[in-house]
Design a protein around this ligand. Structure first.
Ligand code: FEO
Length: 174
């Protein structure tokens, strides 16, 4: 086994983050499933791919911990909500979740700075940028309800927008 290259505090924070990302994967999977059975096909595809994305985040941290000789811990996840009042409240819940993740990532950045742990600091940079995008994505979607409306036709338009975004993010990066 390789020598541990990060502090115990950093190890704990990163392992907590593994659990948060696992929670996010499950949360988005449950949201996708709810959208699917409610008839929001575009939103379902969008959240299925969002769930996959969160799994890749989780794996990045698992591999990083193991590479640093800190051993990743895979723990139980929280049971996600199984139903939602509307597509709008679902997206609001997604934004809230991302804001909590951003906060946790910023805390880890602070720990890495205190530890003068340059490797973890550099590793976290990707996550800091990713969170800016994630929050903006959901904030922009929420704006659509004010711009387009909340009646059945408007929701159908928003579902189509989500379908287009799901397809765009599923395409391999150039
Ligand atoms: Fe992995 Fe959406 O935070």
């Amino acid at each position: 086994m390789i020598r541990m290259k990060i502090s115990a505090k950093m190890k704990k924070a990163l392992n907590d983050q593994v659990r948060l990302e696992a929670d996010a994967t499950n949360n988005y999977l449950a949201m996708a499933s709810w959208c699917e059975v409610t008839g929001y096909e575009g939103a379902a595809n969008y959240f299925y791919s969002q769930s996959d994305e969160e799994r890749t985040h989780m794996l990045k941290i698992v591999h990083y911990l193991n590479d640093m000789g800190a051993i990743a811990t895979i723990s139980a996840t929280k049971a996600p909500a199984t139903s939602h009042k509307s597509l709008e409240t679902l997206i609001k819940a997604a934004l809230k979740n991302e804001q909590a993740v951003t906060k946790a990532i910023h805390k880890m950045v602070e720990i890495s700075q205190r530890d003068k742990d340059h490797s973890t600091y550099a590793f976290l940079e990707w996550f800091v940028n990713e969170q800016v995008q994630e929050e903006t994505k959901f904030e922009t979607l929420l704006q659509k309800f004010d711009l387009i409306g909340r009646d059945k036709l408007a929701i159908n338009e928003i579902d189509k927008l989500l379908a287009a975004q799901a397809t765009a993010s599923a395409e391999p990066a150039a």
